[in-house]
Design a protein around this ligand. Structure first.
Ligand code: IVH
Length: 703
């Protein structure tokens, strides 16, 4: 044997040892986390992280089949029951499900079905994958007799008494319909016990107030509540149930489809999720999974994926089971939206109104498809409530487009020397004392000249929700403030090209664009200006109500607090803060500066004496002919300034898009339109309309 071959063999032996070691390590890690999850209802890692450990183990075991043992977690279901409940053997094993973590994996599963001669567009039942705990319910002659948890799939825990407290679960079955007029001797229904999200939040509030343990998520709360020694405690918790599978039925059923068995279960009075659908072919399955992902936060209970089942029971039989799961079903898991990471630090930022908001600086982590390194902590009380400390390992959650949030610290991983976070007493930017408003959780820097506050105030004024000055974002405002070019929003209108050309990032073209955007912003409607002024408590609805009721700023400034409070959408809190705002000398000086610059102080479409701003119905005077439509505006028009055109779209319920995308309804193009917007529209087949058609669009919603 030559030396290189020997080296090669040594190397591969070394690798094999490493693999064996890692397999052993993964098994003990998975068992440890299984124990925390199933027996203690107190997990230390997120479900997604747990799934990753199992996936890694599966890959290694596939490489080294000789190392796979029967006791490996990849070969078992769940976890053996804890001792506080008596064991109950399942008549038919309660299997687990294989997971698909992407649409590709879902497709792979569908392709694997072909090996069993399952071809073409078969029917599938798509069901939400409820995040609770599986139970089996037994009925003898229609009477509830027994409930068991899944346990290790063979033996579960006897939770009959505890489950009997769940009102959604029938205790006596009524056979009313023709089809099921014969009372079965034995009936077993399987499904998921879960806790609705509102009930979970309420429960944690109560637990917190009583100084008791708070639950990490609704699943743990459901498991912790069901697995109580004292059924009275279970009864005091709001648990519910969705049925998803028929177990035993004697005499044997004559169903040919899973969907029929679900209808049967529902007809007996068991709750079956209204989201369940029968679809044809994997493309429709894909569509269901995609839409469920968008809907998951509107359901009122947590789902972590979609369970896809072959509908035809004969085909199910042909496909059979692996050691732990059926081949005829798969769980498509949503991309993880919770991750754990290190909390590096807690800092405080000063907002446009001077509000001091704590935020978390995190070790970057990918959640729900994007990297998160900061998360809001809302206010001082939230930090105290969650007892977050720098150095903690925390669980971060991201739901849709919402700002990421820290759910809780994992206390078992807290470093021994950690200290509770103390909220700063002084503004981190200007050093002035912070004041906490009586009766609220909000803390403020009251220094009007605080540099951080100034930047936020001006950035907000220029932002898309207010005066919409493209090119005047936070970084630019910070730069201009640091150079003394801006002190308040009014100074924006005193900026001159010669002050800016030559600054870093400001070539002649970008200066010209910024100047145009500033000029255009002068014709924004009064409602946008009011939003831009950052009057405490005043949001879009209030600003529209004020602008619509008074029509112009001088009239609004003359109104009394009671006049304002009487308007729909305003109320006493906003009324008081509007009056206070205009009573301040500094603010009146700002208004004068804006007037001098020629900023519009009127609301288009204002009709004297007509107050049409009913909240809850229509908030604007115009008919909402453009509701939910996104329209892109480019170029210049004869009858409209660009700001007026955008305002007119918004007044009709439409959205103004900055760039052309597949969601764009149409592009309104004036003279000198942006080439990229027109090219984008052409590429995507989006209609481009001129000023005349635009007028029709505003009137009828179509041209
Ligand atoms: S069917 C043999 N359907 O997911 C098929 N399970 O990861 C057994 N689950 O233990 C399960 N929603 O706790 C099925 N619509 C649904 C489900 C569902 C949630 C849970 C169940 C099961 C686990 C497997």
């Amino acid at each position: 044997m030559n030396r290189s071959t020997q080296r090669h063999i040594d190397k591969s032996r070394e690798l094999q040892d490493e693999e064996a070691e890692r397999i052993a390590e993964l098994i003990s890690l998975i068992e440890y986390h299984n124990r925390l999850y199933y027996t203690m209802d107190n997990p230390q890692i997120t479900d997604a992280e747990f799934d990753e450990l199992v996936a890694e183990l599966k890959v290694l075991e596939a490489k080294r089949p000789e190392l796979v043992t029967e006791s490996s977690p990849t070969q078992k279901v769940g976890f053996s029951p804890a001792s506080q409940f008596s064991p109950l053997r399942h008549s038919k094993a309660m299997m687990s499900l294989d997971n698909a973590f992407s649409f590709d994996e879902l497709l792979d599963w569908a392709r694997r079905l072909e090996r069993y001669q399952v071809m073409g567009d078969v029917s599938f039942v798509c069901e939400p994958k409820i995040d609770g705990l599986a139970v089996s319910l037994k009925y003898v002659e229609g009477a509830y007799v027994q409930a068991a948890t899944r346990g290790d799939g063979i033996v579960g825990e006897n939770v009959t008494l505890n489950v009997s407290t769940i009102s959604a679960i029938p205790k006596l079955i009524h056979f009313e319909t023709e089809a099921n007029s014969k009372m079965p001797k034995l009936l077993e229904v399987r499904g998921e016990v879960y806790m609705p999200i509102n009930a979970f939040l309420e429960l944690n509030k109560r637990q917190q107030e009583a100084g008791l343990r708070v639950f990490a998520n609704p699943r743990n709360a459901a498991a912790g509540s069901l697995r109580q020694k004292d059924p009275k405690i279970t009864a005091s918790r709001e648990l519910s149930f969705w049925a998803y599978q028929l177990g035993d039925l004697q005499p044997a059923p004559a169903f040919t489809k899973h969907s029929e068995s679900l209808e049967f279960i529902a007809s007996l009075g068991f709750p079956v999720s209204p989201e369940v659908r029968v679809v044809r072919g994997i493309d429709e399955v894909y569509e269901f999974c995609r839409t469920s992902q968008d809907l998951r936060h509107d359901l009122g209970y947590e789902i972590d994926g979609v369970v896809v089942k072959v509908d035809d029971l004969q085909i199910q039989q042909r496909l059979g089971f692996t050691a732990r799961a059926p081949r005829w079903a798969i769980a498509y898991k949503f991309p993880p939206e919770q991750r754990s990471t290190k909390l590096r630090d807690i800092k405080v930022s000063i907002g446009k109104s001077g509000r001091a908001t704590p935020f978390a600086v995190l070790e970057p982590v990918v959640v729900g498809g994007s990297t998160v390194q900061m998360a809001t902590l809302h206010n001082q009380d939230q930090v105290v409530l969650k007892d977050l400390r720098p150095g903690d390992t925390v669980v971060v959650q991201k739901a849709g487009d919402v700002i990421p949030e820290i759910l809780y610290p994992i206390l078992d991983l807290r470093p021994p020397n950690s200290k509770p976070f103390t909220f700063p007493t002084h503004c981190p930017d200007c050093g002035e004392a912070l004041t906490r408003l009586a009766g609220t959780s909000d803390t403020y820097c009251t220094n009007l000249n605080c540099p951080a506050r100034r930047v936020q105030r001006i950035t907000h004024f220029a932002s898309r929700v207010a005066m919409d000055i493209e090119g005047l974002g936070e970084a630019t405002v910070t730069l201009f403030c640091s150079l003394g070019l801006l002190n308040d929003p009014g100074d924006i209108y005193s900026l001159k090209p010669e002050m800016l050309v030559g600054l870093e990032g400001f070539a002649e073209l970008s200066v010209a664009n910024l100047m145009t955007a500033i000029e255009e912003s002068k014709s924004q409607p009064l409602s946008r200006l009011l939003i831009g002024l950052a009057i405490h408590h005043l949001g879009e609805v209030g600003a529209l109500a004020l602008a619509g009721a008074f029509g112009d700023l001088p009239s609004l400034m003359k109104a009394s607090e009671s006049d304002l409070a009487a308007l729909d959408g305003v109320g006493p809190k906003i009324a008081q803060s509007v009056v206070e705002f205009f009573a301040s000398r500094a603010n009146r000086a700002l208004i004068e500066k804006l007037a001098f610059a020629g900023v519009n102080f009127t609301e288009p479409g204002y009709a004297p004496g007509v107050v049409v701003h009913k909240i809850g119905t229509s908030q604007k005077t115009d008919e909402q002919v453009l509701a939910k439509k996104t329209i892109v505006v480019t170029g210049t028009f004869e009858k409209w300034s660009r700001a007026e055109a955008k305002a007119a779209i918004r007044a009709r319920g439409g959205k103004v898009g900055a760039t052309v995308s597949a969601k764009t309804f149409c592009v309104v193009a004036g003279k000198n339109s942006g080439a990229s917007k027109l090219a984008g529209a052409q590429k995507l087949g989006i209609p481009v309309i001129d000023e005349t058609a635009f007028a029709k669009l505003l009137e009828n919603g179509i041209w």
